[in-house]
Design a protein around this ligand. Structure first.
Ligand code: COA
Length: 662
């Protein structure tokens, strides 16, 4: 069967997990002794296994017949009989320490001395259970996910006495079962998956209870912004609210620092247990009848994704720093155990570790909860400048990220995006003719780079750009200023008519020339603390880099006159209301939001985006008959691309298109 010398396996407990685990072993060719307390439970388990195998067989996922697999499962109600001649044992009886210990004690008496014992517990310390046996070094945690035949992940937990051999054998055995093992090197409550899961859930719960954010909006954000397959509360309903509460309590009793969720306790006390009882956070058509809660695509977009995930990233840092698990294994755990589309370290590196620390600090200050204290691993990374992708290194290294330094800006090429970073933070990134030239040069330098599909312009430090350097206006001649303004116009036109989409990531002040640069971009995403305005009149001058024209195009004459004639600065939220920016997000979520836009735009056919941009921009300035004629012509150009043929064909063939940019 296997070169591990494992042929016969006992599975103790034939309930939800036990029967699934027995099925997994039998499918991989092991002889399985399945034990439970009554013949009826065992009969029921065999029926469920057969049903599941038949489903798998219909989908062509079995290498042999259902009967052949079933013939390897032997049932008994006696521990002594179940463990005779076995090489490996998995215990999956109810989560009660005394019950588990008494079963292990009995199994220990009758099982051959070489047999390894594993517990599928999710809440009881492996060390404590192992102490009920005389084979502590041959005792290990082996936590399958529900349902075992479908879920790939198995958490293998080392107890205090577990030998390396036992861990290695269990890891190899897990691979033979066609599962993915992750090793949990210390017997911590909740292992990896539950620790991460409940960090997210408890923060969602805090936001719902303390801030009154609607549950459905938080779930919408998890799906629409984070791209998670299920919302947090939806998942709790799915797991079962009583089960979830039980796990959280068991974890906190054993030292997992967390505040409980009053919403969860309240629902459980009312018998609302989630999908299984027909109602939990959501209502279902009937007990056990799961229907996915409906969320609209635009729902939850204003909520803070970084804050929801930051406690889980803090947990990642703790697990890594304590040597409980590797970054790779933790990423694997959330991808395979929770079906997240990304690993936690990937998320943290993309969002920016400084932003995660910022979110945690805010949470800690607002709640006073100790569990939100940023882990030293994260704060040290920030001190070292290990901020994630943007610095080329975070939890992981990004050798593909390239930095090009100019005098007043920096260019970071991080395919599919290139970031132009206005880089004079001490002077709030003031605009000079030199900076304008460097922006143009940077844009041109990546124009023909097919890896770069979107350009982002942002500022370093606390400002996007505080406008033209006022020093240049002192004693300037009219002709000098005419030329300088023409210079700025070339730069903004270069941005506006660039062949790829350009996003302004407005991280702070965008005033004067700063707002004028942002307005030349295609999309503007602003941090909620950003201030925008055209303050030139306060200096006795008027906007000169397109402000009098582009503001009217984004808003209207009235708003433009209000802003330009008063020179006042407005908040990002007000700018959103006027249509000057597309989105406003919390400061620490700006990079994540911009990256989301980058990914979305980069998934579209690039030539088509260019043509659409030209149809809009040139058309806007032309009489409608000319603009429509231009649109028709560009439509003709669009249809000539390979991507258009592919897009249309893929739609008709009901598949995702593969765009090549041709
Ligand atoms: N030109 C030259 N220097 C500028 C500048 C500009 N447009 N905007 C900011 N700075 C400099 C400041 O002089 C200061 O330099 P210092 O540290 O050597 O004194 C530094 O940048 C930081 O600015 P500061 O004014 O101290 O920051 P703040 O947070 O108090 O105020 C602003 C921020 C944006 C409100 C303020 O700097 C401002 O009003 N700037 C001018 C904006 C403007 O009129 N732009 C249009 C120009 S046409």
């Amino acid at each position: 069967m296997s070169n591990l010398g494992i042929r016969r396996v006992a599975v103790l407990g034939a309930g939800t997990m036990g029967h699934g685990i027995a099925e997994v072993f039998a499918m991989s060719g092991f002889e399985v002794n399945l034990m439970d307390v009554s013949d009826e439970i065992l009969r029921n388990a065999l029926n469920r296994i057969r049903d599941s195998l038949e489903r798998l067989s219909r989908r062509g996922e079995l290498r042999e017949g259902v009967d052949a697999i079933m013939s390897r499962i032997h049932t008994t109600t006696k521990v002594a009989e179940a463990v005779r001649d076995i090489d490996f044992l998995v215990e999956a009886v109810p989560e009660n320490a005394d019950l588990k210990k008494s079963i292990f004690r009995e199994a220990d008496q009758y099982a051959p001395p070489h047999a390894i014992f594993a517990s599928n517990t999710s809440t009881i310390p492996i060390t404590e259970l192992s102490e009920a046996t005389s084979r502590r070094e041959k005792f290990v945690g082996m936590h399958f996910m529900n349902p075992p035949p479908l879920m790939k992940l198995v958490e293998i937990t080392r107890g205090k006495y577990t030998s390396d051999d036992t861990v290695n054998i269990t890891v190899q055995l897990t691979r033979i079962l066609n599962k993915e093992p992750v090793v949990v090197n210390k017997d911590v409550p909740g292992f990896i998956v539950n620790r991460v899961l409940f960090r997210v859930m408890l923060e969602a719960c805090r936001e719902a209870t303390q801030e009154g954010i609607k549950i459905v909006d938080l779930d919408a954000m998890a799906r629409n912004v984070l791209g998670l397959p299920m919302g947090t509360f939806e998942l709790l309903d799915y797991i079962g609210l009583d089960t979830s509460l039980f796990i959280v309590k068991a974890m906190t009793e054993r030292g997992f620092k967390a505040h409980s969720c009053p919403l969860l306790e309240d629902l459980v006390s009312k018998g609302k247990l989630g999908v299984k009882s027909g109602e939990g956070f959501y209502k279902y058509p009937g007990p056990g009848q799961y229907v996915k809660p409906r969320v609209l695509p635009e729902q939850g977009l204003e909520l803070d994704p970084i804050r929801l995930m930051a406690p889980a990233i803090n947990e990642l840092a703790w697990l890594v720093r304590e040597g409980v698990a590797t970054v790779d294994d933790i990423d694997k755990s959330v991808k395979l155990g929770l079906n997240y589309p990304w690993g936690l370290s990937e998320f943290a590196d993309e969002a920016g570790i400084d932003n995660i620390v910022d979110a945690l600090t805010q949470l800690k200050n607002a709640s006073g909860w100790e569990e939100y204290e940023p882990d030293p691993l994260l704060t040290n990374y920030v001190k070292e400048g290990r901020l994630g992708r943007k610095s080329g290194r975070g939890f992981r290294e990004y050798p593909g990220v390239e930095f090009r330094r100019y005098e007043e800006i920096m260019l970071r090429i991080d395919p599919p995006s290139a970031w132009i970073i206005l880089n004079k933070p001490d002077k709030l990134n003031v605009l000079t003719p030199k900076m304008a030239d460097e922006i143009v040069n940077a844009l041109r330098s990546v124009e023909d780079d097919p890896r770069v599909r979107v350009v982002v312009i942002t500022g370093s430090g606390r400002a996007f750009c505080a406008g033209a350097d006022i020093n240049q206006f002192q004693n300037a001649t009219p002709m000098q200023m005419f030329k300088a303004m023409r210079h700025y116009h070339s730069m903004t036109l270069e941005i506006e008519y660039y062949t790829k989409p350009v996003i302004a990531a407005i991280n702070g002040y965008a005033v004067g020339g700063g707002l004028e640069i942002a307005m030349a971009c295609d999309i503007r995403i602003a941090s909620e603390d950003a201030m925008l305005g055209q303050p030139e009149v306060n200096l006795g001058i008027i906007p000169g880099a397109g402000g009098t024209q582009r503001l009217t195009r984004l808003t209207n004459l009235g708003i433009s006159k209000e802003l330009i004639l008063t020179g006042k600065q407005i908040s990002a939220r007000a700018a959103l209301g006027y249509g000057i920016v597309n989105r406003v997000v919390p400061k620490h979520a700006l990079e994540y939001e911009v990256t989301r836009w980058v990914k979305e735009l980069a998934s579209k056919p690039p030539l088509t985006l260019m043509l659409a941009k030209y149809a809009i921009n040139y058309g806007f300035e032309a009489p409608i008959w000319s603009a429509l004629n231009n649109e028709a012509s560009l439509f003709g150009v669009a249809i000539s691309t390979k991507d258009a043929q592919e897009g249309v064909k893929a739609f008709l063939e009901k598949r995702k298109p593969k765009f090549t940019g041709e």
